[in-house]
Design a protein around this ligand. Structure first.
Ligand code: NDP
Length: 326
């Protein structure tokens, strides 16, 4: 079982299309680094690539996020050498593998205090939290923020990060066990009501005003609740489709909801350059090392069982981050 392998997506579909294939360990070309993965991050986006919701040319690698050890570097790579502990979270796909090549400019050195598992659990979701909170919504102390799926991977990093900045956090989760978790993460209020009751709950918690900021990674199932919960001139950041894509809406719907703003951002546009990737990761690692963020690993799966991990995240059966171990 020590052979090198990778998941190559040859057709889209359910979790059953995921299968490891033996590979030859690749050699790094100019500007590339060969990484032996010690831990791989599971992200909801992996299921979109697998199912075909997000189209990728086939065959394709799968997975965005991993952490491991540098085994070799290609020509022209100055900043990394054999033995460095590194992580990556921004394309191209191919993290579901024992070994892979990564462009040096997309690689981040791991601080000593951050383990491989923590890095694989935290980087993609935590850098998403960084850009959503600090560069996209630009949350200010005292603002109230509604976080959907508050006990999920991104959600469980958003909640303590927002609290650290002095925001008031209302978390919503799919069941009472997850709501307890959201509360433990620091949410001021943690709700688990049915989606069609959420807007009324939010209005009663905010003297009818609604919240100035909604962070919504759930999509289809939560869109109406987000519209109903946002305050006049507030902002909905719709950043994911865990329940399916947001249904079509018109500019007049934004008027009716109270002259609101909507943005649909993606990490790829906020961590585009090497400088952006490293600045975002540095901010994340700073908050981990200070103890502001305790990255919660809810489950570990052998990488070979990635299909089981996909089934779990799609069934809403995971909390916090899930890591895949090669
Ligand atoms: P999560 O661990 O948060 O899992 C998704 C959660 O969504 C579930 O646990 C569940 O929480 C909730 N959910 C609600 N309805 C459904 C449904 N019908 N099916 C499945 N889940 C549902 O995943 P991640 O942390 O990996 O990602 C969260 C979201 O953020 C995803 O939509 C992802 O695509 C998005 N994302 C976007 C990025 C960007 O830059 N735009 C970057 C990274 C992630 P509950 O039961 O509590 O409702």
């Amino acid at each position: 079982m020590n052979e090198a392998y990778a998941f190559i997506l040859r057709k889209t579909g359910g979790p059953e299309v995921l299968a490891p294939e033996p590979i030859d360990i690749p050699r790094p070309g100019p500007g590339q680094v060969l990484v032996r993965n010690e831990a791989v991050g599971l992200n909801f986006i992996d299921t979109y690539h697998r199912s075909g919701l997000y189209k990728v040319p086939l065959p394709s690698g799968l997975g965005n996020e991993g952490a491991g050890t540098v085994l070799a570097v290609g020509e022209g790579v100055e900043e990394f050498r054999e033995g460095n502990r590194v992580g990556y979270f921004s394309g191209p796909l191919g993290a579901y593998a024992t070994h892979r090549l990564v462009e040096a400019e997309r690689l981040v050195k791991l601080p000593e205090g951050v383990s491989f598992e923590q890095a694989a659990a935290a980087m993609l979701k935590g850098c998403t939290a960084e850009y959503l909170i600090e560069r996209c919504a630009r949350v200010q102390p005292g603002e109230t923020v509604l976080v959907h799926a508050a006990a999920g991977g991104v959600g469980s990093i958003l909640v303590p990060w927002l609290k650290h900045l002095g925001a008031l956090v209302i978390g919503h989760a799919g069941d009472s066990r997850k709501a307890v978790l959201a509360k433990e993460l620091g949410a001021d209020h943690a709700l688990c009501c049915p989606m069609d009751q959420l807007a009324a709950e939010i209005r009663s918690l905010t003297e009818g005003k609604g919240v100035p900021i909604v962070l919504d990674g759930v999509g289809k199932a939560s869109w109406a609740a987000s519209l109903g919960s946002v305050a006049r001139r507030g902002l909905i950041v719709t950043y994911g489709n865990a329940s399916g894509p947001v249904p079509p809406f018109t500019a007049l719907d934004l008027l009716s909801a109270g002259s609101i703003f909507v943005t649909r951002p993606t990490l790829a546009d906020y961590c585009r350059t090497s400088e952006e990737i490293r600045a975002s990761a540095a901010r994340l690692f700073e908050l981990i090392e200070k103890g502001v963020l305790a990255i919660r690993i809810g489950a570990r799966f052998p990488l070979r069982d990635a299909a089981a991990a996909h089934r779990a995240i799609e069934a809403r059966a995971t909390t916090g981050s899930t890591v895949l171990i090669p």
